[in-house]
Structure formats: C-alpha cells, structure tokens
Design a protein around this ligand. Structure first.
Ligand code: NAD
Ligand code: ZN
Ligand code: ZN
Length: 350
C-alpha cells in the first residue's frame, strides 16, 4: 500500500510503498477513512531540530485518525469488522497511573511505551495510508451515530487538544468572563466551538488572516480581532478593560505569548498549545497578579469520548477540506501558505 512517510527531519514527507500491516495477537488494523493534517507535522518538516524528540525515522504521518475495523489480531474481543472507530492517538505504556486513567498523553513511563510521548503518526506509523496498525483495542473509541470517519478524524486531535485545554480552565469560565483564542486554524476554530458549547464565556478570536477571522465569526466567536499591533488594546476594550480570564494560544510564538501576557486578567489562565517555539520572560511583574501559565499536550481518552459526543450532536463540527492521499502534500502546502480553512483531512480510500 502507499503511505506518506517522514524520512528525515526538516524535509517533505514522501509517498512510498510499504507492506500492509498484519495484526499480531491483541492488535487491530483500522482501514483509514480520514487522517487529519496537523500543523505539528509541518513543524517536523520545517523547524523542529533533529534530536529534540527521540523518535526513530521513518514513520508514516497522520495522528488524527478514524476509519473502520479491518482486521482483528488473536484474542481481540469487543470490536466487529467494519465497525467505525476513532483512534485515540497517544499511545503510552498502558500500565502507569496516568495510562490507567486514560491519560496516555501524559504517560509517566514513556520508555516502556511504543514511542517516547508519541503514538500513531508521532514516531510510529500513522494514518496517512490505507491501513493503520493499532497496538491495542484500548486505543479505539466506537464512533457515535451521526459521525462518519472523515468528520471524526480531526476531533481526535484538533478537537481533543483544545477540549483538554478548555476543560482544565472551566472553573474560570463562568458567565461574565472572556476567553481569547489566538490562531483560528484547525485547532482554534474547534476551540471557539468548544468554548461556546461548554461554557458561558464570551469568545474573542485573534488571527492574522482575514479569512480565519471570518471563519471564527461563522463558528460562533463573539468578537474577531486582527492579530496586529493594536490587538492587545482591542481585546482589553472588548473585555471592558478587565482582560481575558483565559487565553488559549494556538500559535506559541514570541509575539502571541507577549499578547497573551498583555491581555490576561489577574487570576487568569494563559495556556500555550501552539509549538512555534516562542518564549515568554517570567518575573513577578511580567504578568498580572496570580495568572497561571501552562502548556497542554493533547488530551485523555475519556475526553475524546466527550468530544465525539459533542461532534455527534452537531455542537462541534470541523470545517473540512478533503485531499486524496496522493495530494496530501497539497494539504500541508495550503496550511503553510495560509490558504486552508479549518482542517485538511486526507482520505486514503478515495
Ligand atoms: P493551523 O496552521 O491550522 O492554524 C494556525 C493558525 O494561527 C492560522 O489560522 C494562522 O493564520 C494563525 N496565526 C499564525 N500566526 C499568528 C499570529 N501571530 N497571531 C494570530 N494568529 C496567527 O495549525 P493547527 O494545526 O491548528 O496547530 C496550531 C498549533 O498547535 C501548531 O503549533 C501545532 O503544532 C500545535 N499543536 C499542539 C498540540 C499540543 O498538544 N500542544 C496538538 C496539536 C497541535
Ligand atoms: Zn496534532
Ligand atoms: Zn504510561
């Protein structure tokens, strides 16, 4: 079968022929219906320093996957051939306290996991191929009625990651509060919807692209602010001068981190999700009093179940452009050059 594989860091992935996977005991093969293209893949292709993450190359890209159960290894029960499933992509050791709770994204024994803090498409073969080998049925969540694999695929990361980030700030998002979403791409346009569906906060969206601000308004943002030199002032005035209770930064550059620090309200959360590699100097006076600064990494399996429920009920819906596997590089090019609306999903079966 064909697979889109990252052969070297800081280089374009290549479509090559690979062996079809055969499920060993306890394993499952999923026929991929949709594999989302994430900006993290672009970081691997462009700017992530080799050696920063200890993954063996090559591997097949694609860490946002959904499809149908294709083959069951010996001893696997509870799944049926042809059943639609979403893949929970963070594959931990399965044994530590975090993994037992389904928080495999924060596995505490990554040396015992199949890849260090990785999973499908992150150090191990992912879903940008016809078939995906999944090491355990615990990584599969049956799709609820109302969600097909193409719609579900982005929810496993572009949905799950902001859901996890929003969820940990829920106590700070009471009526009368404001949440700021910086970067309204794949993750950000779902973050806006997750905030609207699960909190009463006013949502301010920020992006440097006019099309992204239009999308933000279409999916429910109360205010859309251009990401220029006036952004901080505009956000402050949109909050009656108080500032934002929660800032979710889906870019993570020097300038967006500085923006977050400038608009945060005292007691607020500044959550960094984007991995553009920016830094923020921290001192007692560099952020308003009692602001919590945090990073988040992906999400937990139980949270994926919740995101899929929001998706099935139509409360959170990815704006999707599909690409054939042979055209997957076009999806990344569109993302890189700011021509993508929402998420690109690669569909290897078409
Ligand atoms: P994307 O390319 O789809 O969206 C990024 C958006 O940010 C675009 O709309 C772009 O116009 C906008 N943007 C860029 N610079 C900006 C600026 N200075 N101010 C305001 N907006 C700006 O990317 P994505 O797939 O949504 O991923 C977003 C980031 O999150 C990436 O860095 C990705 O690697 C990271 N990510 C992190 C996790 C995690 O677990 N922490 C998970 C998935 C993705
Ligand atoms: Zn991702
Ligand atoms: Zn673990």
């Amino acid at each position: 079968m064909k697979a889109l594989r990252l052969l070297e860091w800081k280089s374009d992935p290549v479509l090559v022929d690979v062996e079809e996977p055969d499920p060993g005991p306890g394993q499952v093969v999923v026929r991929i219906g949709g594999a989302g293209a994430c900006h993290s893949d672009l970081h691997f292709m462009r700017d992530l320093e080799p050696g920063l993450i200890p993954w063996q190359l090559p591997f097949t890209l694609g860490h946002e996957n959904a499809g149908w159960v294709h083959a069951l290894g010996q001893g696997v029960t509870g799944l049926e051939l042809g059943q639609p499933v979403a893949v929970y992509g963070a594959w931990g050791c399965g044994q530590c306290g975090r993994c037992r709770l389904g928080t495999e994204n924060l596995c505490e024994d990554p040396a015992a996991a199949p890849a260090f803090m990785g999973g499908s498409g992150l150090g191990l073969d992912g879903g940008m191929a016809e078939l995906l080998l999944v090491p355990s049925p615990r990584h599969l969540v049956p799709l609820p009625d109302g969600l097909d694999p193409v719609a579900a695929a982005p929810l496993t990361d572009a949905g799950l990651t902001p859901y996890h980030a929003v969820r940990r700030s829920w106590p700070k998002l009471a009526p009368g509060t404001t949440a700021v979403v910086v970067g309204v791409g794949g993750l950000g346009h779902l973050a806006v919807q997750i905030l609207k569906a699960t909190t009463a906060a006013r949502v301010v969206a920020v992006d440097t692209r006019a099309e992204a601000l239009t999308l933000a308004s279409e999916v429910g943002a109360d205010v859309a602010v251009p990401g220029d030199a006036d952004a901080a002032q505009e956000i402050r005035s949109a909050t009656g001068g108080r500032g934002a209770d929660v800032v979710l930064d889906f870019v993570g550059s020097d300038s967006t981190l500085a923006l977050g620090a400038a608009v945060a309200r005292s007691l607020g959360d500044l959550t960094v999700v984007g991995i553009a590699g920016g830094t923020l100097g921290l001192s007692f006076f560099s952020v308003p009093y009692e602001v919590s600064i945090q990073t988040t990494y992906w999400g937990a399996r139980p949270e994926l179940v919740e995101v899929l429920d929001l998706g099935a009920r139509g409360l959170v819906r990815a704006r999707i452009t599909t690409f054939a596997l042979e055209k997957a590089l076009d999806a990344y090019a569109a993302m890189e050059h700011g021509r993508l609306e929402g998420r690109a999903v690669v569909t290897p079966q078409r």
